[in-house]
Design a protein around this ligand. Structure first.
Ligand code: MN
Length: 308
């Protein structure tokens, strides 16, 4: 039976568990944190941090989590310092940061933002309340974002569901879409700086740098002084600012979708999302999902079952 193994942190495993929230099995093999069964694949996450994908669709399923390293690659426990690791002292530099929102949400778009924060504006960013957006509630995000968009150069792209679904059906991975979007917003932000060069460009890492650049083959790629890090929101305020603007844009889009649906469209990919999708199918027909959701998520099939 085909299988793939990934090595994941406990935080990653929590996220994966939520992705499979409604496919979890009732019993667990020894040492397992969760097990999920979907058509063509069984996913088992172990306390050791290994996540095993088994079945015909093992590889495709594991690829969804391509930002995690395969366990058999000779990766070290602590991430190796590479030429893509942020330089020491980056926190006080003038930096373009980029981040995206919405990749794990069944409803709504992917929003990607790059923002430039000059070293002279770092104190102002703190005054405006810019910090890791995971610690911020939606009303705070909205308030801070409204200040930010008047204060710093940034570029934002919104990949709405219909276009996302078309690209996905043509075989483009979410990883590639993200790479294209990040590269595009970084390029646009650089253009807004009137020739001024940032000391660094920091991408909140969603793929290995090598894979990121491979996705961009054939494009005009921003490569110079480009660094990658996971949890980059905590490394430079430009990434935190980009993330806040991206989340603000995502909230606006979700509001629009809620208006179009006539009820509150939920975030995430859990069972509440399946029910909302089922409600939408009942009211507007199955085709409506194309404008509202990331169709290839398992939620689509689950929602259809609710309708029957
Ligand atoms: Mn991110």
């Amino acid at each position: 039976m085909p299988q793939s193994v990934l090595k994941a942190t406990s935080e990653d495993i929590k996220k994966m568990k939520s992705v499979y929230a409604h496919h979890l099995t009732d019993t667990l093999p020894p040492g397992a944190l969760f097990q999920a069964k979907i058509p063509g694949c069984t996913i088992t996450a172990y306390q050791s941090g290994k996540v095993l994908f088994q079945g015909q669709k093992a590889e495709a399923e594991a690829n969804q989590f391509s930002h995690l390293k395969a366990a058999d690659s000779k990766s070290k426990k602590t991430p190796a310092v590479t030429k893509y690791s942020p330089p020491s002292g980056i926190a006080s530099m003038s930096v373009i940061g980029s981040d995206e929102v919405g990749t794990g949400d069944y409803f709504g778009p992917i929003t990607v933002c790059a923002a430039y924060v000059d070293s002279s504006q770092l104190a102002l960013m703190k005054e405006l309340g810019v910090k890791d957006s995971k610690g911020l509630k939606d009303p705070q995000i909205i308030n801070i974002a409204k200040d930010l968009i008047k204060t710093i150069p940034f570029s934002l792209l919104v990949l709405r569901n219909e276009k996302y679904n078309t690209m996905q059906e043509k075989g483009m991975s979410q990883g590639k879409m993200k790479a294209l979007l990040h590269n595009q917003v970084i390029t646009s932000t650089l253009e807004k700086l009137d020739g001024k060069q940032p000391e660094a460009i920091l991408i909140d890492q969603f793929a290995e740098p090598g894979i990121y650049f491979k996705h961009l083959a054939g494009k005009k790629i921003i490569r110079e002084r480009t660094y990658f890090s996971t949890k980059a929101e905590g490394i430079h305020l430009s990434v935190a600012a980009a993330s806040i603007i991206a989340r603000y844009a995502f909230l606006i889009e979700m509001d629009k979708l809620s208006k179009a649906a006539g009820f509150d469209i939920p975030k995430g990919a859990g069972p509440h999302v399946d029910k909302a999708a089922a409600r939408l199918i009942k009211q507007q027909g199955e085709d409506a999902l194309r404008q509202f959701t990331k169709l290839h998520f398992a939620n689509t099939q689950k929602a259809k079952k609710w309708v029957q």
